[in-house]
Write a protein that binds this ligand. Structure first.
Ligand code: MCA
Ligand code: AMP
Length: 495
């Protein structure tokens, strides 16, 4: 039987450690066995899940990876959800994508089970399957749907991005080749596992290569720095906010501690930054502190990684480099002309086998996002001396905070439900640590005031913590243009 390449490749690393924690070392053989058991549990009497959507709400680690492989081996489409999302956010993702099974671990089971009952979703608790199950698994062709990731855009509600097994394989192969992954690699995993950065760049590339992953439930600087000091890693991947936090931690450490930690960083073969712009200043500060030149790359949920500074060659602060293997990139000006030389800005358009198939159940949005076969990213860039430099986004309604992409429109829709908010405009304001911080400018209904802390409390349970405004400004009226549309650049100028 032909297996998915990601699974077949694991058979050449059977005794290597796939996941290591302080107390466990689980091998690729363990991962194959466990995912076969979970695939059998998912299938029950069925022979093939036939692209049934299976949501995943499991803490990062071995069980998450085994569940992910189980869904794929059983022929399902995986929908990883944010562990810290709110119930309305989970409900939206589950219903929008028509999920019929949800895989959970014990910590999440109690929280989500009433919602599953309400929606008629079958709950599969991983912890209930402790003994091995054996069942023939279906053959899954690479052209089948593999994963749906929800991403915010210029619409209020997030859209599901559907990628196939072939898309995922090409995204992985491109990065493994460009960044020279090997079975000897060891990498910490502290990024959330409902986005490409964690799922593809980190977990899937590592498992494709026979490398070892050390999972953490979240990013905690002291814990990670202890392991860096112990030379635990060869590779490191993070968002710019994390590098800023690490710089703060290193600067606060005693000279002896700092020297020991820096020695650990200096030995790594590669440190990557992405998901948001890495300020040149942070890049340079990191090099000055650790001797490491960060490799910055650019990607997007719809396309995986597209542009990267080279593993061997100049890593230029402030630039994202050149197209990755197998990825075609072009810039198109506002007037529809394809940029041919350096120094002329245009929108980044991407083509290649890694580009997603479609937005789930949104044919019109899918059609609109392509221009003659090229995916339109909505990001502006310029080529300078051969390297791309990101200039910003076309839409003012997309905010990047801590590496998360947020829709101002989605947050505005929630704020408008507040009993004392008459009108609002949400913007992202520049911030040294978070890249941008969510900022709400509101017109109140009544004369009684609204404090930021009260607004933040009200938002809890309605939207994920990272979408909750960090700053608030009350105004008498919002600036509008002649058409009556709120002018966000003028709103921004209030600060
Ligand atoms: C949390 N806080 C914030 C934000 N988030 N303040 C401002 N802006 C924010 N965005 C505050 C909290 O309210 C809290 O404040 C304090 O910071 C600590 O919160 P906590 O949640 O513990 O923060 P953290 O754990 O330190 O999180 C920071 C983080 C996290 C580790 C950088 O945001 C993260 O994992 N980001 C990565 C996201 C990611 O992987 N994105 C990839 C998607 P208080 O203490 O007052 O309560 S992009 C992608 O996949 C594409 C394809 C790509 O290119 O990679
Ligand atoms: P997401 O939709 O969460 O996949 O986020 C993708 C977006 O993150 C891109 O469209 C860019 O706006 C932004 N992004 C990713 N990497 C970089 C980078 N290195 N520099 C600037 N922006 C980036």
């Amino acid at each position: 039987m032909t297996e998915l390449p990601l699974i077949a490749r694991a058979r050449s690393h059977l005794n290597s450690v796939a996941f290591r924690t302080a107390t466990t070392a689980l091998t690729y053989q363990n991962l194959l066995d466990r995912s076969a058991t979970l695939a059998a549990a998912l299938l029950g009497e069925a022979l093939d899940l036939q692209e049934t959507r299976v949501a995943l709400l499991v803490s990062p680690g071995f069980e998450y990876a085994a569940a992910q492989w189980a869904i794929w081996r059983a022929g399902g489409i995986k929908l990883p959800m944010c562990l810290s999302a709110t119930e309305p956010e989970w409900e939206y993702a589950l219903t929008d994508s028509g999920v019929s099974i949800l895989m959970v671990d014990a910590p999440m089971a109690e929280k989500i089970s009433p919602l599953c009952q309400k929606l008629g979703v079958r709950l599969v608790n991983l912890d209930s399957f402790t003994t091995a199950l054996v069942k023939p698994l279906p053959e899954v062709s690479p052209e089948r749907g593999a994963m749906i990731l929800y991403t915010s855009g210029t619409t209020s509600k997030p859209k599901g991005v559907l990628t196939t097994h072939a898309n995922i394989q090409s995204q992985i192969e491109s990065l493994v080749r460009a960044w020279e992954w090997t079975p000897a690699d060891r990498i910490p995993m502290f990024l959330p596992l409902h986005h490409i950065h964690g799922i593809i760049n980190l977990v899937s590339c590592a498992l494709w290569s026979g490398a070892t992953i050390e999972p953490f439930s979240r990013f905690d600087a002291p814990t990670i720095l202890d392991r860096v000091r112990a030379d635990a890693y060869t590779l490191f991947m993070a968002v710019p906010t994390i590098y800023v936090k690490l710089i703060q931690a290193l600067e606060a450490a005693s000279p002896a501690d700092r020297a020991a930690i820096v020695a650990g960083f200096a030995k790594m073969r590669l440190m990557v930054s992405g998901s948001a712009a890495l300020p040149a200043r942070v890049h340079e500060q990191w090099t000055a502190l650790t001797g490491q030149k960060l490799l910055e790359r650019y990607g997007m949920t719809e396309i995986g990684m597209a542009i990267s500074n080279p593993y061997r060659g100049e890593r230029r602060p402030g630039a994202v480099g050149i197209p990755l293997p197998g990825v075609e990139v072009q810039l198109k000006t506002e007037t529809g002309v394809i940029v041919t030389g350096d120094d002329e800005p245009g929108e980044i358009q991407v083509r290649g086998p890694g580009v997603f198939r479609t937005y789930w159940n949104r044919p019109a949005a899918s059609l609109e996002s392509f221009d003659d076969g090229w995916f339109c990213t909505g990001d502006m860039a310029v080529r300078e001396r051969g390297y791309y430099r990101i200039m910003g986004r076309l839409s003012v309604d997309i905010i990047k905070s801590g590496g998360y992409k947020l829709s101002a429109l989605e947050i505005e829709a929630v704020l408008l439900e507040h009993p004392n908010i008459h009108e609002c405009a949400v913007i992202g304001l520049p911030d040294d640590t978070w890249g941008e911080v969510v900022t709400a400018v509101v017109v109140l209904k009544e004369s009684f005031p609204l404090e930021l802390s009260a607004l933040r409390d009200w938002c809890k349970g309605r939207v994920s913590a990272y979408k909750i405004p960090q700053r608030l400004r009350v105004v008498k009226e919002l600036p509008r243009n002649a058409m009556g549309k709120v002018t966000k650049p003028v709103v921004r100028a209030l600060f």
